[in-house]
Each structure stands twice: as C-alpha cells, then as structure tokens.
Design a protein around this ligand. Structure first.
Ligand SMILES: [Zn+2]
Length: 134
C-alpha cells in the first residue's frame, strides 16, 4: 500500500471513521450520508498512523523474542499494546488513516500472542525449577 494520498481511495472499501458507515464509491468531495463527516477525511488520508506502525514493530519484536527471556518480550508486548490502544483512540478521533486501525489490531494480536507465549514459557520454567527442587 502506498504512503501517498490515494486519488483512487473511493474505489476501496472505506468506512466512515465516525460512524463506520461504508463510504466506498462516494465522491471524495462528498459527505457521509449517515453522520455528515467529510468523505475526504476518511478516504484520502492513507498514511499509516506512526503509533500503529511502532506498535506493530514492537508486537513483531515481542513475538520474535518471547523465548529469550520473559522480561524483554513482556516489556515489548505491553508497550506495543499501549501504543496500539492509543493509536486506535487517536484514529477514531480523526487523526491518521482509518486503514491503520487494522495495523493497530494486528499489533495487539502479536502482543497478546507473544505475552501468552512468554507467560506459558515462564510457567514451564517455574514448573521445571520446582520439579528440580522437590
Ligand atoms: Zn459517518
């Protein structure tokens, strides 16, 4: 996907960020029929939200490092989750591209998977340690 504003944006599935009405196919100069938000705001700005991007990078890093040491993936995962949630809130508030909501959701998924792996891994370590002691 291009980072430049997309003149063909009205051909893609674009949801109004205010009310989630499908504004695809509507002229970018028009307004959302449901709530009156300008279609150009939802469709033309295709740049990804920087925070959503950072959250996704953190999520992938935490996925890659879950087995190394519990604290590192947990720290990356929690930071990624916080960034993803903040990015989603800002996107819903009208800042950044609506398409970045998907990126933020992917980041959240990566973070949750990495965090659960890290927790399971820590649990196995604790069980192995207890088995060794007793
Ligand atoms: Zn709307």
């Amino acid at each position: 996907m291009s980072d430049a504003p997309d003149k063909q944006a009205s051909l893609e599935t674009v949801l109004c960020f205010a009310c989630k009405y499908d504004v695809s196919g509507l002229p970018v100069g028009g307004r959302c029929p449901e709530c009156g938000t300008r279609v150009i705001d939802a469709a033309l700005v295709k740049r990804h939200h920087g925070m959503a991007k950072a959250a996704l990078i953190l999520g992938i890093l935490s996925l890659l490092t879950w087995w190394i040491y519990f604290l590192l993936p947990a720290l990356l995962g929690f930071t990624g989750l916080l960034l993803a949630r903040r990015a989603k809130r800002e996107i819903r508030g009208g800042k950044g591209a609506v398409a970045s909501v998907g990126m933020a959701t992917a980041a959240e998924a990566c973070c949750w998977v990495a965090l659960s792996f890290a927790v399971v891994f820590l649990g196995i370590l604790v069980i192995a340690w207890l088995a060794y002691l007793f």
